[in-house]
Design a protein around this ligand. Structure first.
Ligand SMILES: Nc1ncnc2c1ncn2[C@@H]1O[C@H](COP(=O)(O)OP(=O)(O)OP(=O)(O)O)[C@@H](O)[C@H]1O
Length: 479
């Protein structure tokens, strides 16, 4: 009986026991060192490489023994063996990228007489297919996690629910009630309102109260899109469809919004050619990427918005009447700030709380006289402008309170709206005029489509031929 068996906890004697009792012990040890499925790396307590198994050397392209004597961090990408050799804490089943390959590694500290003397790394090498598949999945998941981290950072300050829409005035209460009603209905919603009045907030609230809320709403600002990019942004493009197109092709916003909502902001700025194509996508959910003939399908809920007067654009033939009817299942009108000045104190307090921590401000109060004065201003830039002014005042204010003096520069705010404001129902055009010009626009478009064939036009529009002739007469006598 050997000492090893008497003291099985003694590591040296365990090794002696193994060698003495297994007659192929050396073959087994040799197998561990030359195993083509596992690379072994040994470092001493200073993290200097003492041994690298042959298969691992080949992977890195070293001569036999070529890396020995060098610090491990200089030789092996993303290694943590130096950490393990210092701390003595094992790291099991970790993922490590080496030469663009993801591998699973175990890093274990080595002790001698109870003292930390180095560390050994074992890398699953030339791993079976499942490990490759796992590493592929890990890479995909990492990319997704990175994406969601960014998304989350953007969302942290904004939950985009109804609570984000600050205000208790009658018009805001009514708007919130309307949002609550239409959000779950899956009908297209058109949000009208002046610039800066909160249309985008409304769009987010609609999406977040809808059945599609689990997927992120896709937002496109049609006004900010350069004309040459509109189509590839919306429809996506096939590999190499045009100079500068990504080699692997790219999904457009329509595709990205599948099973979610698509928010087309500033839809009034969309070029006419794109409007025709958008109409088709809305009507049957089918589209092709730029440079491809393959039809793809998508299913999104459309929310659109503009601060422009679409009825006027239709009359000027800059916006298609048929598209207008399609996007406009329900219209929600966001009131201007002038129409709800009673919300100004609440909004100002909300902004003071939001802005304070970001600019390290001590302001925690707004003097009632300042709040009274702010309610008398016309606010052509609406809530966005109020937000800017509060921030500016906070940046320059001393002490803990915003006073009238901090808003002195606002005295000469111009009355007229900065944006081309949406006219109220009673102003500029009457309903009859509006309906009339839409009717004309629809007829003109149908005539174009059917190359002047009045029978087809009347059938398509669901009107009698005599009514069509009457309208054509009116149209020809218009200036
Ligand atoms: N009721 C509100 N409560 C709180 N913040 C608001 C409210 N309305 C608007 N805001 C804020 O005002 C700014 C402008 O709002 P938003 O971008 O939604 O306006 P918009 O009508 O979409 O403007 P544009 O027509 O220029 O796109 C944003 O910072 C938004 O958070």
């Amino acid at each position: 009986m050997t000492a090893a068996l008497v003291h099985p906890e003694d590591k040296a004697s365990t090794l002696v026991d193994f060698v003495l009792s297994v007659d192929i012990a050396f073959d087994i040890l040799n197998h561990f060192l030359t195993n083509p499925y596992e690379g072994i790396t040994v470092v001493d307590r200073d993290a200097v490489l003492r041994y690298v198994s042959p298969v691992h050397e080949r992977f890195f392209g070293f001569e036999r023994g070529g890396a020995l004597g060098r610090p491990v961090q200089e030789v092996i990408q993303n290694t943590r063996l130096h950490v393990v050799a210092r701390t003595g804490n094992a790291e099991i089943g970790q993922v490590q990228e080496m030469r663009d390959v993801t591998r699973v590694v175990n890093r274990v500290p080595i002790h001698h007489d109870g003292e930390l003397v180095g560390a050994i790394g074992r890398v699953m090498f030339k791993a079976p297919e499942e490990v490759h598949e796992l590493s592929r999945q890990i890479s995909t998941l990492r990319a997704e996690v990175d994406y969601y981290k960014k998304e989350l950072a953007g969302l942290r300050h904004r939950t985009f629910g109804l609570d984000e829409i600050v205000g208790e005035s009658e018009s805001i209460r009514r708007l919130k009630e309307e949002i609550r009603k239409v959000a779950p209905l899956d009908v297209p919603v058109f949000v009208s309102g002046e610039s800066g009045s909160g249309k985008e907030l409304v769009a987010h609230a609609i999406h977040n109260l809808s059945r599609r809320m689990e997927r992120p709403m896709v937002v496109v600002n049609c006004g900010a899109l350069p004309a040459n990019l509109v189509e590839s942004e919306l429809f996506g493009h096939e590999a190499g469809a045009f100079t500068g197109a990504r080699r692997e092709g790219r999904a457009g916003k329509f595709e990205m919004a599948d099973r979610s909502s698509l928010f087309l902001d500033e839809i009034g700025d969309m070029p006419m050619e794109t409007q025709v194509k958008l109409l088709r996508v809305i009507e049957n959910g089918v589209f092709e990427r730029v440079g491809s003939n393959r039809s793809r399908s998508t299913n999104f809920r459309l929310v659109s918005a503009t601060n422009r007067d679409l009825r006027r654009l239709i009359a000027e033939e800059a916006f298609r009447a048929d598209l207008y009817f399609r996007i406009n299942g329900v219209t929600l009108r966001v009131p201007s700030l002038r129409e709800r000045t009673s919300d100004i104190p609440l909004l100002v307090k909300h902004f003071v709380q939001r802005i304070g921590p970001r600019i390290d401000s001590k302001i925690h109060r707004v003097h009632p006289k300042a709040l009274d004065m702010l309610q008398t201003l016309p606010w052509p830039g609406n809530v966005r402008q109020l937000h800017h002014e509060v921030r500016r005042a906070m940046i320059f204010a001393d002490g803990g309170e915003l006073t009238l003096a901090n808003f002195r520069d606002l005295d000469d705010m111009p009355e007229e709206a900065v944006s081309s404001a949406v006219p109220e129902a009673s102003s500029v055009t009457t309903i009859r005029e509006t309906v009339g010009s839409m009717e004309y626009a629809l007829i003109r478009e149908a005539l174009d489509r059917h190359k002047g064939n009045k029978k087809k036009v009347a059938a398509e529009l669901g009107i009698s031929r005599s009514y069509l002739y009457k309208k054509l007469g009116e149209m020809s006598s218009r200036p």
